[in-house]
Design a protein. Structure first.
Length: 378
């Protein structure tokens, strides 16, 4: 029997071991995109990430025969439990060698932490909330992830499911390209007709984001966000500070021509965000932007040919009026004009029928599936 020990992280040295452990798991894997180390450090720092204002996180390392063999985080998100009036805890940042027993010890550590805090269900992976990277990849392991999507080895499915976790929800990623658009020209023409009809009938105006007025534009996004997404499974309202934290990150990577507002009577009623797949550049940096990675990044950034359609939402009063079709149409038109070959539409809940139907009508390929798991706490 191997000697497996779990250690709770309580110092910065161990936290760096936690952060850098994935390099062991993915060594030699050409599809893994190493995260920027300083970004990960900032996101796990309670002084820099406002998520921790309403959350508690415990980090664990697994040692097998005195070598690091895995990591995991146990997460209590008070805002989630207040919004849903439940007692759900989360697990995330999971990485592990191909060993069911080691994985089991990691999950047991999270189970004990969450149980001690009064939780009755554990859900994951979320890193660290549903407003961040979520889901376990369950297919298409031969393709790298687009920006802000997860990636993992195929054997992780067995590690999770063998330890009693069951599917809670699937999330889909669709890929639409110049080729599929050309083949589905009739669908695109129909989408254009719907878009034109919606704008005329509802007296809706569509405009791009004004980067010179970014702070006020952020307020407009905030005005829409919590109203538009509040009925979505897993949704947790973001605080003002969380919005600002995320916006700061996006400001550096967004393309102003791919961000749209829908307005009625001068007030925002919808919002759509797509951005270049910066993972195509980050994959070359091995987690370090400085001192020389910045030059590789700037060079590779010019060659990015895929965008990710991250989010689009419309407030309740204007839902089911086809505004989402307008957003998709405008994003595709702008993307093609700027030379993008295609776009990943992600993630879409498996039971979000309107968005699934939109993707299917475009001829998009459902090429990746991610899974969220639940397990009763014992």
């Amino acid at each position: 029997m191997s000697d497996i020990k779990i250690r709770e992280i309580d110092n910065q040295t161990d936290k760096m071991l936690f952060i850098k452990f994935p390099w062991k798991i993915y060594k030699g894997n050409p599809n893994w995109v190493p995260p920027l180390i300083f970004d990960v450090r900032n996101n796990l720092d309670p002084k820099k990430n406002p998520f921790f204002d309403h959350a508690e996180v415990k980090y664990f390392l697994a040692y097998k025969d005195d070598r690091i063999a895995g990591r995991i985080a146990g997460i209590i998100n008070d805002n989630h439990n207040k919004f849903y009036n439940d007692k759900t805890g989360f697990w995330g940042f999971f990485e592990c060698i191909d060993d069911v027993e080691t994985a089991g010890k990691l999950f047991a550590a999270v189970n004990a932490f969450l149980k001690d805090k009064g939780m009755d269900l554990m859900r994951g992976p979320v890193n660290p909330s549903t407003n961040d990277e979520i889901g376990l990849l369950v297919n298409a392991f031969d393709k790298p992830p687009v920006a802000l999507m997860t990636y993992n080895p195929e054997y992780y499915i067995n590690l999770v499911e063998s330890n009693g976790h069951v599917k809670a929800k699937n999330l889909f990623a669709y890929l639409v390209s110049k080729d599929t658009i050309a083949v589905n020209r009739k669908a695109m023409d129909k989408l254009k007709r719907i878009s034109d009809m919606v704008l005329k009938k509802e007296n809706i105006k569509i405009r791009k984001i004004n980067m010179k007025d970014f702070e006020n534009e952020l307020l407009r996004v905030m005005e829409v966000y919590n109203k538009a997404w509040e009925d979505n499974w897993g949704f947790v309202p973001m605080t003002d500070d969380e919005f600002k934290h995320i916006a700061k990150m996006f400001k550096a990577i967004i393309d102003k021509d791919l961000v749209f507002f829908a307005e009625a009577g001068g007030k925002p009623v919808g919002f759509s965000l797509a951005f270049p797949d910066v993972n195509q550049a980050l994959i070359k940096l091995n987690g370090r932007l400085f001192p020389f990675g910045i030059f590789k990044f700037l060079s590779a950034k010019k060659k990015i040919n895929i965008m990710r359609m991250l989010t689009m939402g419309v407030i309740t009063e204007y839902q089911r009026k086809g505004i989402d079709a307008v957003f998709v149409q405008n994003t595709i038109d702008e993307g093609l004009a700027k030379g993008y070959f295609g776009a990943e539409i992600s993630w879409i809940l498996e039971d979000n029928i309107p968005m699934v139907r939109t993707a299917v009508n475009l001829g998009a390929d459902k090429y990746k599936t991610y899974r969220i798991y639940d397990k009763k706490i014992v």
